[in-house]
Design a protein around this ligand. Sequence first.
Ligand SMILES: [Ca+2]
Length: 506
Amino acid sequence: MTSPSISQRRPNIVFVLTDDHAAHAIGCYGSVVNRTPRIDEIAEHGRRFDSCFVTNSLCTPSRAAILTGTYSHVNGVYSLFTPIDASQPTFITQLRDAGYRTAMFGKWHMGHGEGHDPQGFDHWDVLPGQGDYWNPVFIDAEGRRTVEGYATDIITDLAIDWADSLDGDDPWCMLVWHKAPHRPWEAKPEHRALYEDPIPVPDTFWDDYDTRSVSVRRTAMRVADHMTIEDLKEEPPAGMSYDEQALWKYQRYLRDYLACVHSVDENVGRLIDWLRDRGDFDDTLLMYSSDQGFFLGDHGWFDKRLMFEESLRMPFVLSYPNRVPAGGPYDRIVTNVDMAQTILDAAGVEAHDRMQGRSCWDDIGDGDVGGGDTAEPVEGFYYRYWENDDVIHKAPAHYGYRTDRYKLIYYYNDGFGLPFTGFFTYPPEWELYDLEADPAELRNVYDDPAYAEVRAELTAAMWREQSRVGDAPHPSQPVPPGCDDVPVATMPDLPRYRWLDPGPMH
Ligand SMILES: [Ca+2]
């Protein structure tokens, strides 16, 4: 890797990450339910990633993957209940070692206390756990305090105040990581009023799950059946049929969700305006993403966790006008594991040897800063959701492999005793989707003889990719034909329920 020339100023970096913001609730991704002019503005001046995916569709594990540039089985953050060992190398520690000043504001959600609080930051100021929308408590190195106001505004205020307080020319990087638009979607009243009109209902809202696995049918993430009074804020009106009530809940859910997004968009606009006022917009790497996607009534669901597109796809837009020519959508597959190395490459800073991703900087930057070799596009990526059958969402543990056209999923339905997983195991099941013939993923073709060859190829490709990233297959999965020579990783030493194993994690 070559170093940047001395005349090139290293970029300041602003990374805005939201929680559960689906790409299909962003204007530039073609949303039919809302508009987000300020997030779109980043894409207009830079690039929009159309095939950015999460490798474990859950908040805490995705954050750990983004920071460390590694998969869950390497960073040890499998679920919501496996706090991070915050001493791991991250893109933040790499930047700091290279002279960057670093800060973190907002939602951390990877554990608190010794060993789990943020590390590698000159300054951090975060919400405890999920945090509150209104008058939230913040934790910093000094302790806890309550800040009056609305979380999305406050997080932006804290970030701007910190950067404005810096003297000198050394570059800086700040993470502006919002709680919004996470459940329970407590919006500002004036924003809620913007979404009172009936919101379009997704075509798949009444999905009957025909041909889909029992594993998927068991999930407790249906708008009609599993939204709580805290989500809905009030009981549905009396006298409604089941279907009418489902639609009422959908409207209520989307109204509040989109109103929370509205505040996010406004605050992204505040950051853009602030950067422009400082004369720094063209020379700043400004990124917007979310820790995963979200079901917005698609397949009748809310929440995430599954490999279906709405949950799997991450919105990701970035601008850096002095180095990234504004271009069309970037179509190649990238994942949250790739973000750390892409950021480091943009800054001309070496990645840590342990990082498992690939930088796509040479595809989008002007080539003068990073200097790595342009990477060949990957054929597919590996995914694994570990939090099996938790008591609330009942989502199955599974792994899978997605290419541009196909998606193979193996539901192994086993929690290994990981904290907060269910105690039951269920028979393994497979799903296979042809995204070209069936973009809505309504037809599982795993048992369709017409797909036998595709199925065999994908099963082998997944086995190889799982091996390449060092993860272990579930013992129930047979070795695919032709894969006898592929090395199989051993299972990592998993954290378990405290009473099952009082050992390493707690
Ligand atoms: Ca999330």
